[in-house]
Write a protein that binds this ligand. Structure first.
Ligand SMILES: C[S@@+](CC[C@H](N)C(=O)[O-])C[C@H]1O[C@@H](n2cnc3c(N)ncnc32)[C@H](O)[C@@H]1O
Length: 288
């Protein structure tokens, strides 16, 4: 691992003091030390392990300037993923921008359960509604080589990010991206529907950390109660006569609302919940 030598520019600082300054600037964040390390690695192009053995290594003036600029933006609450331009998720380096929600660790569980469900039930087609940067569909395509996958989003900018990610993973032919709201882009029922649609209620939006407010509102807010988009999607399924399984990421506090909703739209339907890393109900599995 090499970083640029002195001869390529004036050294202004070194690793440990630069990190100490950044930690101080980020001290209001619970992840100040980690964020400082990750951002410095990003600027230097080194892995995090390198930092621990190279506390005295010099940092060139331009690198120090770039680092401080990122730290200032982080201090303003910008998510680290936007500052780096990518996030590690499901073992994939996914490009992200402020046009898309940063995929969350709990959504890896949705992808895993959806993959397992598709394998168990020999699904031949899957539709992901609200794909954002394409994370879930890319994860599914990587594990289900024979399954046809359609990914939709109502936001054209999000679909551009998804298209770039698909290209990077050589999956443009594997996942078909279609614009549109809820089920409107789908001509026929898939064997499985997967969705992590915006599900925050207005009250929940008031409670989120300032960092989350840097993400697109249209990727977060589900409506007054938060489950409105899921309600509308289930209604559309019902109206089209599509009695197909659907796996939905929810907020654990929405369990009761989901139960009521499913019972209203599809009385007697199967409904189960999968838990997240905190053992909270995070994924609703609906089998009409
Ligand atoms: C919570 S984000 C999830 C993104 C991605 N699936 C993930 O898990 O990281 C919700 C996504 O749904 C999209 N969306 C919002 N309303 C929609 C609608 N009516 N139909 C389709 N997509 C919608 C948003 O643009 C956003 O990309």
């Amino acid at each position: 691992m090499t970083i640029r030598s002195h001869s390529q520019g004036a050294a202004l600082s070194s690793v440990d003091p630069a990190l100490a300054d950044a930690r101080q600037q980020l001290s209001s964040s619970r992840t100040a030390a980690l964020d400082a390390q990750v951002l410095l690695c990003h600027v230097l192009g080194v892995p995090r392990s390198w930092l621990f053995a190279h506390g005295d290594a010099p940092i060139l003036e331009e690198q120090h300037r770039a680092f401080r600029a990122l730290v200032s933006r982080r201090a303003e609450g910008e998510p680290v993923a936007y500052l780096r331009g990518f996030v590690e998720w499901f073992g994939l380096d996914l490009l992200v921008s402020p046009a898309v929600l940063v995929p969350r660790p709990e959504t890896e569980l949705l992808a895993e359960h959806a993959i397992a469900y598709a394998v168990r039930n020999e699904s031949r087609s899957v539709a992901e509604i609200g794909t954002g940067c394409g994370a879930i569909s890319i994860a599914m395509a990587s594990r289900l080589p024979n399954v046809e996958i359609v990914a939709t989003d109502v936001d054209a900018e999000a679909l551009k990010v998804a298209a770039t990610n698909l290209q990077r993973f050589g999956m443009s032919e594997r996942v078909r991206l279609v614009p549109g709201s809820l089920l409107s882009p789908l001509a026929s029922p898939p064997d499985l529907l997967v969705a992590n649609l915006p599900y925050l209620s207005r009250a929940m939006m008031m409670e989120v950390s300032p960092e989350v407010l840097h993400e697109p509102r249209g990727a977060l807010l589900g409506g007054e109660t938060g489950v409105e988009l899921y309600q509308e999607m289930l209604r559309q399924m019902h109206d089209r006569g599509w009695r197909i399984p659907a796996m939905l990421e929810i907020d654990p506090r929405q369990r009761a609302a989901l139960c009521k909703l499913v019972e209203t739209v599809f009385p007697g339907a199967g409904l189960g919940f999968e838990q997240d890393y905190g053992s909270l109900d995070r994924i609703a599995v609906i089998e009409p």
